[in-house]
Each structure stands twice: as C-alpha cells, then as structure tokens.
Design a protein around this ligand. Sequence first.
Ligand SMILES: CC/C=C\CC/C=C/CC(=O)SCCNC(=O)CCNC(=O)[C@H](O)C(C)(C)COP(=O)(O)OP(=O)(O)OC[C@H]1O[C@@H](n2cnc3c(N)ncnc32)[C@H](O)[C@@H]1OP(=O)(O)O
Length: 292
Amino acid sequence: MACIQKTLRGLGVLRQLPRESTVNQTYCRYASSYKYLQVDLDKKTKVAHLTLARKPANSLNCDMMKEIAMATNELDQDRDCKGIIINSCVPNIFSAGLDLTELYQAKELFFQDFWRSLQAMFSTIYGTKVVTMAAIEGHAPAAGCIIALATDYRVMSEGKFNIGLNESMLGIPMNFWVKDAFIATCGQREGERALQLGQMFIPSTALQIGLVDEVVPQELTLPTVQKHMKQWVKVPGGARGLTKSLIRQQAMDNLKAKADEDLLIMTRHMLSQPIQNTIGAYLENMTKKSKR
Ligand SMILES: CC/C=C\CC/C=C/CC(=O)SCCNC(=O)CCNC(=O)[C@H](O)C(C)(C)COP(=O)(O)OP(=O)(O)OC[C@H]1O[C@@H](n2cnc3c(N)ncnc32)[C@H](O)[C@@H]1OP(=O)(O)O
C-alpha cells in the first residue's frame, strides 16, 4: 500500500487522509468527507460498499475521481476491511464515464489535475491489496468500464445495457494503461478488435469476451457479488494480496513510470480542436436527447 500512497502523492491526489474511521461501530460509515460517494464498511463481514452517487449518471468529474481514490486508499489501510464492492445508486447506470462537461473547453491546468485524478483513481483500485468487485447494474461506458476493469471480479446485470471502451468512436485515441488493462482481461485479439473499433458490448457479449465474469438478473447483481466476496475474503489475505500484487505489479510500475508521459500525450490529444469539437457535438446531442 505504501506503493499506492506514493503513487497518489506523486500524482498530487493524496491530501490528508483520516487514518482510521471515526465511528467505532459494527456498521461504520466513512461518509463525512465524501460528496459523490457513499462508503460503508461492515466491520463484521469486513466488506465495504463504495457506492457511486453522483446523479444523474455518475459521470466522473475531477472531484469524484479524487474521492474514489481517497476512499479506496482509506479502506485499503483499514485493518477491518478485506473487500470493497463498487456499485451505483443511480438506477440503470454504473457510470457514464468521464464528465464531458468538465472536459469540454477545459483549461490546460485543470485538465492536468483531471487526468492525474483519473490515473490515481485507476491505480488505487487496481493496486489495492484488498479484494475488489464491481456490481454493474447498468451502463458502463468508457471510464465507467475502466473502474470495473480495475477490480478483481465483475458481475453485470442482464438488460439493455452497454459496457466497453468507446474512446475511438469519440475520436479519443487509446492510452497504454487502459489498453493494458483491457488486454490483460480480454486478450490480445479481442483488444485489437474492440479497442480500434471503440466497441460497446451488451452484457451477454461482454461475458463471452471475458470483460465481465457473470451476468445475472438485475435484482441479483449485488447479492451475487456479495456471495462471491464472502468466498474471496475467506482466502488468507496475506497470500492472496501478495499474489495479486505479483500479478499486477508490472502494470502498476509501468503506470507510475510513464504517468507524466501519459499526461503529456493525453493533454495534447484531449485539448486538440478536433477532439474538443467531437466532445462539443456529443454534448449537444445528449442535451437534445434529454429535451425530447
Ligand atoms: C483515452 C484513453 C482511454 C481511456 C481513458 C479514459 C477515457 C475515457 C473517456 C470517457 O469516459 S468519455 C465519456 C464517455 N461516455 C459516454 O460516451 C457515455 C455518454 N452517456 C450515455 O451514453 C448515456 O448518458 C448513458 C447510456 C450513460 C445513460 O443513458 P440514459 O439513461 O438515457 O441517460 P441520459 O443520456 O439522458 O443522461 C442522463 C444525464 O446525464 C448526462 N450525462 C450522461 N453522460 C454524461 C457524461 N459522460 N458526461 C456528462 N454528462 C453526462 C446527460 O447529459 C443527462 O443530463 P441531463 O442534465 O440532460 O439530465
């Protein structure tokens, strides 16, 4: 975990985090400092629920990504926490991805903070030693999919939902750590196809390509994740955690070593006029759609 904290500090995201939860009860809430999350730790089961709570679509603004990194880091350090379930309180939407309103016409300094927060959110979830699982009860495009990809196990709801990395379709070129996470999960061939095409998948196809581990009726999504979590946290934490680090350390090291380069490249792309025009047009379409 020292490694995650170092990365977060390096990325300028880690501020003063409370070392321990303030309430010493069986069911403990870390709520006080979070605006866009609900974080509950059940000290009996040692499982936390980190619920994305930014209506209307859980689009990830800069502050929300910082909160997710901080909450994950806080839980990682809590001896009473062995597992984190990430879910959403917005019906039918896990997360709509990056907040396009913050990306549109962003100033360079703000964008840098934004992108570092995205890097930190991913690396904190990806690098935590505790078990992480995603209950995807709705759409999970782009950065919504990235949150899910960073976890250890993903259960998605049946229904007319989409998950995937549609960046190419938005004119946004893929970057290395998202590509690596996708390929580590779905394989080289699927990566070549899905990432170039910016493909989004319905739940059954996401299951076929290994992007999610299970698809179940919506009302069973969270209970299914809770059931798996119960099993995973029974495995001796030291051995499991070290095994997880062993598997993920190379990717973590790469991200740390090349975070500045990633930021430079993405700043150039994301603030370029063609991508800004695409984001502007996309936002206009979304506004028109919601007025209908
Ligand atoms: C580049 C390197 C690789 C990866 C690094 C990470 C990069 C990631 C890039 C991104 O994440 S870009 C964002 C991509 N996201 C999307 O393309 C999804 C856009 N949204 C949708 O497709 C839909 O909103 C939905 C399928 C998620 C939900 O559909 P529906 O239930 O019909 O809701 P609405 O479309 O009416 O949306 C409700 C509400 O939320 C606003 N909204 C939705 N998505 C975003 C967003 N990404 N940013 C900001 N705001 C968003 C939408 O405008 C509506 O707002 P109202 O005020 O009109 O209610």
